[in-house]
Design a protein around this ligand. Structure first.
Ligand code: MEV
Length: 419
């Protein structure tokens, strides 16, 4: 669906929206039925997913449409309860469109598994010895996941550090593992546990913690877009957006909210595609603090033409195979809707969506403020709550916004007057 259609799409009744997506993604009738059915995750399946299940909790799937990433247009499913997120994300894509949308690069799909050792007799010497044994460590790691190796993954490198602690020097080994299209938590955790006895033998120490790190610095995605100043109402808005974005770079209190705005797009897509949103959130926020002070994940600047250049860099550990992607009936369908072929492509679209939404948020913050858009969303929700439908619904929403009176009491009053 072309980016320019996002407004038209948002005005369609929901059945028509669904039909558009079904057509665009080539979904089957069965897949369409799964999307409409809140019970498509059966109680039996839910009961096997986590412990002590007593029910299921449903949320809406909204579609950010027409996000162009590396020349390809994606429709992006988002599972969220927050109004304005889906349209804000589409709107960012619309603003980026005149200069070709979003362009990305990645550092690949390499995860880190950590092994922390204590009681190592000569820590610096042990570090050198572990590095000498890289080939042997790799052979053992790869033998623990032959399927991953068959798909072109496996251990690709080793880092070792020594860090002082109250218990003496910690020797910290990082296994770097290319997990290809899987998020890879299981694969790298198995390797860390499986290789720990060998590393104990090499170092003479005792392995304590053996687990992946969510600070996935070898799984970075960078996305950038140029927004022509006309899309923003002129150069003065570009300047105001740059200043608002810089505020987040220099002030951790603002950075927390700015990055929350980015996660407003990232988390819903990570959930929609069956990925681990806590892992992704931990990765993004820890990366934002990696330089020693918590800061913004983005950078915004004005170019020589007076246009806005925006960019983001963050870890994005997501997969297109394995885990919940297999067991949740909607995850695979949402991946099909997105039209992504690999985990790297999925990660690129997710990070671009994060930038797209925060671009829209900054535009509002730097101009009218957020409340205008928020109140419109609120007015829609209140009109719905009082039972208004069709034309009456539209009238009540418009009247509440025009009168700047967005409350349940006023919605009820208007409903009584107009019905
Ligand atoms: C609200 O959910 C997100 C924003 O606060 C993000 C921001 O302030 O940049 C609008």
């Amino acid at each position: 669906m072309p980016t320019s259609d996002f407004v038209t799409f948002s005005k369609l009744p929901y059945e028509e929206r669904l039909n558009e997506i079904v057509k665009d993604a080539g979904l089957t009738e069965e897949e369409k039925a799964v999307l409409q059915d809140a019970n498509s995750l059966s109680m039996a399946k839910a009961d096997k997913m986590i412990d002590n299940v007593i029910g299921r909790y449903t949320l809406p799937i909204g579609m950010a449409v027409g996000l162009r990433v590396n020349g390809k247009v994606h429709n992006v499913p988002m599972v969220t309860e927050e109004p304005s997120v889906v349209l804000g994300c589409s709107y960012g894509g619309y603003m980026a469109e005149p200069k070709g949308g979003f362009f990305t690069s990645t550092t690949g799909s390499v995860m880190i598994a950590q092994i922390m050792l204590l009681n190592v007799p000569c820590p610096e010497n042990a570090k050198a010895k572990v590095l000498e044994h890289e080939a042997e460590i790799k052979e053992l790691c790869d033998s623990l996941d032959p399927v991953l190796v068959r798909f072109g993954g496996g251990m690709v490198g080793l880092d070792v550090r020594t860090v002082p602690s109250s218990k003496g020097a910690m020797v910290i080994v990082h296994l770097k593992v290319d997990t290809r299209d899987a998020m890879g938590a299981n694969a790298v955790n198995t390797m860390a546990e499986g290789v720990a006895p060998l590393i104990e033998k090499i170092t003479g120490g005792e392995a304590y913690t053996r687990i992946l790190s969510n600070l996935a610095v070898h799984r970075l995605v960078r996305s950038r877009a140029t927004i022509v100043k006309e899309m923003l109402g002129g150069e003065s808005t570009v300047d105001r957006i740059c200043a608002t974005a810089e505020f987040a770079e220099v002030d951790p209190f603002r950075a927390a909210t700015h990055n929350k705005g980015i996660m407003n797009a990232i988390t819903p897509i990570v959930i929609a595609t069956g990925n681990d949103f806590r892992a992704v959130e931990s990765g993004c926020h820890s990366y934002a603090a990696y330089g020693g002070q918590y800061t913004s994940l983005t950078h915004f600047e004005k170019n020589a033409d007076g246009d806005l250049e925006c960019s983001i860099e963050t870890p994005m550990a997501v997969g297109t195979v394995g885990g919940v992607i297999k067991s949740h009936p909607m995850a695979g369908i949402n991946l099909k809707i997105m039209g992504v072929e690999t985990a790297e492509e999925l990660a690129s679209v997710i990070v671009s969506a994060g930038l797209s939404l925060e671009l829209s948020a900054l535009r509002s913050l730097a101009t009218d403020g957020m409340q205008k858009g928020f109140l419109a969303g609120q007015a829609r929700s209140l009109a719905e709550q009082v039972g208004a439908e069709g034309e009456l619904y539209e009238k009540i929403v418009a009247k509440m916004i025009a009168d700047k009176k967005v409350s349940l009491e006023y919605a009820q009053e208007l409903f009584a007057q107009m019905k």
